[in-house]
Design a protein around this ligand. Structure first.
Ligand code: C2O
Ligand code: CU
Ligand code: CU
Length: 503
């Protein structure tokens, strides 16, 4: 097995930036934004044939589960280009182990995971374990690796004994290609289970990986320049690769759902009318108490765990309402390019005798509150979009005025400190702020303190022309990793910085 790896150090323009500028053609610095963007059409190519050509009526299915045993997991993920079934159609796409999503990995704290990534994509890639608190160095969750076509690379992860329970996911992270490879089908769920978690009175657990894509005949549509700038949204919103599948549940009791927004750019507000929804976890770790919610807002990358109860027999729909992500300003289009109508994700059919409603635990965890701790350092990051800057025009997506450079350290932090980061957004579009390895707590929005129980996030929505303040406890893992906008098109365009944790 080849274990060759190289850090992703490339000077100058990123590949994506080069493509973007090439696409912009003869645009000179003097041509306005409207001229640049006019006539680009919809953000992705259109579907050939009517949307009705996509079969519905599938059963709800879950990805294959691969679970650790006795503290070990050895798994091979083969990333390949080829035919897979998406939305009930045979499509030329990219997948892990031949299915979209790839297998669900079930882990426990203390596990040692060996993951062989086989690259048969015909292009370079790598793998990121989004949300896991593991080392980012060497062959850990290292976003700087390039795994070339034809290579197999062995990743190793040690899940700390104190790792929180939660729902996480994996996807490629090779800068410049992340959005394309995720949109093409490369993603999968990770569930970390703790044996000492307060038991939930659920009759079953389910994993729902929500993705979006656009099919162009039997291929995945390519995003155009406008789609990349806005953050592409697919025409089809899928649950575990299926379109509006039907799930059968028993009424009365609770189900425990792990929901992942694995879309490239789409935000969604999930609703399930007629059901009782109790949130028990967000991105990482449990909430203090089961919390009744009417809907759940998930930015790209966010997760939620819900206890779902449908009181009696009947049919219900899980819908994703579109969320306005803002736009490019100057009338150049808006972020919720997927449209303004809710998408039905799932048909939920409650059939049979209603079971008695179980008793819920009062407390789930006692989360640490970073609002109550001493802060060792403060910094401000500014997310911005700038027209006509740099190489002959186009739009730049920057943090502190700079595009991503893997060779530059943007934030050097000390381990065993708590930092407060105020992340500002000067642009007219939302940018979900994501930090690898260390979860954050939200302490203020636009300078106003956030009240209520503490909650851990790894993706925090940064609204247009606004700011969020988060606190981070940097623990355990020295080395370099990244923070970025989780609209992955923006990340590919350069909206990413490097953090280095020093002992
Ligand atoms: Cu899911 Cu660096 O991202
Ligand atoms: Cu991540
Ligand atoms: Cu962004």
């Amino acid at each position: 097995m080849s274990t060759e790896r190289r850090d992703g150090r490339r000077r100058g323009m990123t590949r994506r930036k080069a493509l973007l500028l090439a696409g912009a053609g003869a645009v000179s610095a003097g041509v306005g934004a409207a001229g640049l963007l006019r006539g680009w059409g919809s953000p992705t190519s259109t579907v050939s044939g009517s949307p009705g050509a996509v079969p519905t009526g599938d059963r709800f299915v879950e990805p294959t589960v691969i679970a650790s045993e006795g503290g070990r997991l050895h798994v091979t993920l083969s990333a390949a280009a080829g035919r897979v079934t998406i939305a009930g159609r045979s499509v030329q796409a990219m997948s892990y182990n031949g299915s979209v999503p790839g297998p669900t990995l079930r882990l426990r704290p203390g596990d040692r995971v060996t993951l062989d990534l086989v690259n048969r994509l015909g292009a370079s890639t790598n793998l990121h374990t989004h949300g896991l608190h593991v080392s980012a160095e060497r062959n850990g969750d290292n976003p700087f690796l390039h795994i070339r076509d034809g290579e197999t690379f062995r990743y190793e992860y040690e899940i700390p004994r104190d790792h929180p329970a939660g729902t996480f996911w994996y996807h490629p992270h090779l800068h410049g290609t992340v959005a394309d490879q995720l949109f093409a089908g490369l993603m999968g769920a990770i569930v970390v289970q703790r044996d000492d978690s307060v038991p939930l009175p659920a009759q079953r657990e389910r994993v729902l990986v929500i993705t979006d894509t656009t099919l162009n005949g039997d291929r995945i549509a390519q995003a155009n320049q406008r789609g990349r700038m806005l953050g592409r949204e697919g025409e089809l919103v899928l649950v575990n690769g299926r379109l509006k599948p039907t799930m059968t549940v028993s009424p009365g009791g609770y189900e425990h759902w792990h929901i992942i927004n694995a879309c490239t750019s789409r935000f969604m507000r999930l609703r399930l009318e007629g059901a009782e929804l109790l949130q028990v976890a967000g991105d990482t770790g449990r909430l203090a108490t089961p919390t009744q919610v009417d809907n759940i807002l998930l930015a790209t990358g966010n997760r939620a765990e819900l206890l779902v109860r449908i009181p009696g027999p009947g049919r219900h729909q899980l819908v994703a309402e579109p969320v306005d992500r803002g736009g490019m300003g100057m009338g150049l289009g808006r972020g919720n390019a997927g449209g303004d109508t809710p998408a039905t994700l799932l048909q939920v059919e409650a059939a049979g005798e209603a079971a008695a409603t179980p008793q819920l635990p009062g407390r789930l965890v006692e989360p640490e509150d970073l609002r109550a701790v001493a802060v060792n350092g403060r910094r401000t990051l500014t997310f911005a979009m700038e027209m006509g800057r740099g190489m002959g025009g186009g739009m730049s997506f920057t943090i502190d005025g700079k595009e991503f450079d893997p060779d530059r350290v943007d934030a050097a932090v000390r381990l065993d400190t708590v930092e407060e980061w105020t992340v500002r957004n000067t642009s007219p579009m939302n940018h979900p702020f994501h930090l690898h390895v260390w979860p954050v707590q939200l302490v203020a929005r636009d300078g106003s303190p956030v009240e209520g129980n503490p909650q851990w996030y790894d993706v925090v929505i940064l609204p247009a022309r606004s700011s969020v303040t988060v606190r981070v406890r940097f623990t355990d893992f020295p080395g370099r990793t990244v923070y970025h906008c989780h609209i992955l098109d923006h990340e590919d365009l350069g909206m990413m910085g490097v953090v280095e944790a020093l002992r």
